[in-house]
Design a protein around this ligand. Structure first.
Ligand code: HXC
Length: 511
């Protein structure tokens, strides 16, 4: 009996070594952890239950039947817990055939995807791989298809998170692209459909892997990645933090953690947050961190479309999604990128029952040919659509400007905002005073005194929250210092909100 037990231990030890110590050392030399080390850091200590560690590839082409068969076949899969809550995980093992995907490798991943979906818990994929296993041909392509199909079925049912911690090329990029969030590691990870060599052949462009698909490109320009971290350890610890914000599935309650921050805490400094000069910027993140529990804000896409801020926080220990115009960047204007960014975030929150709190200070949509040619109408409509279809609790606070179409879009009463507050500094109007006066009093344009008088009249009448409040579009004009208390009470009141959209197969959001 003893030797049987020892034989099992030996087989396990061999499987745990993956592609061997030399390749693991090479991985470390590049500043990367191994697949198993990553899982260890991601999950609660000792909670990982591994599946399929003895699975091997079945390929016979290109001498694969003669070569080494490494147990596990380039991906480590299983489940464990993060702060006691179940998550499923697969981590590509770059030390085995460069983490490339074979038929059996794909079967290991789809087994985990199926389990995650059936048992309604988040799934995290860790990528560090060279795409389809070239020797397996169409069997590998078929494997990817099976993974993709499951990504789509799980979308909106369980949270799916992708962590890119090395090369991620070819078939490996499309699975992450269909998940809810993608995170990268600076300098060691990159994502592209085709690598620099193919780019050179096809387009004659010379580009490095970093320039083509590094973390800085994908967190700023392409917005493929939601955030980048300095190293593997930081990225994995931040994933634990993110998981704590998310419900296990679309049918599960949002998590509730003990909060040591009084929900009726007032913050007098907010009374002076808005500068006297209405064209002066201020940092909306100051408001966000003063409203959420313990200043804990997990920002998504912080480096892209910085004129809008989105991310997760908590009030009374329960997760909220925050969307806020940022006056510090482009005066908080809505452009195509900001609209797409916020729309996707609102839809995530709505899919997973996370209430949305919106802070509004927006001078309108960005004018100009660049925006119009780039499809601003459709991109802006995405945000409008997302807010309008959302049935989760929606609490909105207008801090300053809410002009034009952007007033409607930003979770207004007309888009089924549940509780809509404004600060006394709010200005809710079709447009700012200068533009408005120049249009409606065009005949007086030559007369400076008259224009000044008209402008003052317009400002007094329209640049306040009270015209909207008179109509009930604003439920109350609140003191800035009481914002956290008012939001917290509103969310408490809305906890059992029930609202359903008419039955449909699915909607047709302007993509
Ligand atoms: C089989 C692969 C492999 C692959 C890497 N390896 N990619 N084996 N299939 N796709 C193996 C290498 O042979 C090597 O084995 C080990 O992994 C490490 O690879 P290196 O090239 O030595 O490492 P590095 O220099 O770091 O380069 C990593 C890399 C590069 C950038 C990922 O390997 C690469 O470009 N690979 C090919 C990428 C690619 O084009 N994939 C196919 C995409 S098409 P040894 O034994 O020497 O350690 C695709 C279609 C699916 O995915 C489409 C679905 C929609």
């Amino acid at each position: 009996m003893k030797h049987i037990l020892e034989a099992l231990e030996d087989r396990r030890a061999a499987a745990r070594l993956g592609g061997g110590q030399v390749r693991v050392d090479a991985q470390h030399k590049r500043g990367k952890l191994s697949a198993r080390e990553r899982i260890e850091l991601l999950l609660d200590h000792g909670s990982f239950e591994e599946f399929d560690m003895f699975v091997q590839h079945r390929c016979t082409d290109f001498g694969m039947d003669q070569g080494e068969k490494i147990p596990g076949d380039g991906v480590v899969t299983g489940w464990g817990t993060v702060n006691g809550r179940t998550v499923y995980v697969f981590a590509k093992d770059f030390t085995v055939f460069g983490g490339s995907l074979s038929e059996t490798h794909a079967q290991k991943i789809t087994k985990i995807q199926d389990m995650a979906l059936r048992n309604r818990a988040p799934i995290i994929g860790i990528f560090d791989a060279g795409g389809a296993r070239i020797q397996e041909g169409v069997a590998a392509l078929g494997g990817y298809g099976e993974v993709f199909q499951r990504n789509v079925l799980a979308s909106g049912v369980i949270p799916q998170i992708s962590l890119i911690m090395g090369p991620c090329a070819g078939g490996d990029v499309y699975s992450p692209a269909m998940t809810d969030f993608i995170f990268m590691v600076r300098d060691t990870s990159y994502m592209f459909v085709t690598g620099p060599d193919v780019v050179k052949t096809v387009t004659n462009e010379t580009v490095t892997a970093e320039e083509l698909g590094g973390a800085s490109v994908h967190t700023t320009r392409s917005s493929i990645a939601d955030r980048a971290y300095e190293n593997d350890v930081e990225a994995l610890l931040q994933m634990r933090r993110l998981i704590d914000f998310l419900p296990a599935s679309n049918r599960d309650e949002i998590p509730e953690w003990p909060s040591f921050d009084e929900s009726d805490r007032e913050d007098m400094s907010l009374d002076t947050l808005i500068p006297d000069n209405t064209n002066k910027p201020y940092d909306i993140k100051e408001l966000i961190v003063k409203v959420v529990d313990e200043r804990d804000f997990f920002e998504i896409q912080e480096a892209h479309a910085r004129n809008i801020v989105v991310g997760f926080g908590r009030v009374e220990g329960r997760t909220i999604g925050i969307v806020a115009n940022q006056p510090m960047v482009l005066a908080g204007v809505l452009d195509s990128d900001a609209s797409r960014k916020a729309a996707r975030f609102v839809r995530f929150c709505d899919a997973f029952g996370i209430p949305v709190v919106t802070f509004v200070d927006v001078p309108g949509f960005l004018p100009g040919t660049a925006q119009e040619y780039g499809g601003l109408i459709k991109h802006g409509a995405k945000l409008l659509f997302a807010y309008a279809e959302a049935t989760v609790p929606k609490v909105t606070v207008i801090t300053r400007k809410a002009f034009g179409g952007a007033y409607d879009v930003m979770a207004s009463k007309h888009l089924r905002g549940d509780v809509n507050y404004a600060w006394p500094t709010a200005q809710i109007a079709v447009m700012g005073a200068k533009g408005a006066v120049e249009i409606i009093f065009r005949a007086d344009i030559g007369d400076k005194d008259k224009i000044a008088e008209r402008t003052k009249e317009y400002e007094e009448r329209f640049l306040s929250p009270f015209v909207a409040a008179e109509r009930g579009y604003i439920d109350d004009v609140i003191m800035p210092h009481s914002t956290r208390r008012r939001i917290s009470r509103a969310l408490g009141m809305l906890r059992h909100k029930e609202l359903e959209n008419p039955w449909k197969k699915h909607d047709n959001i302007p993509l």
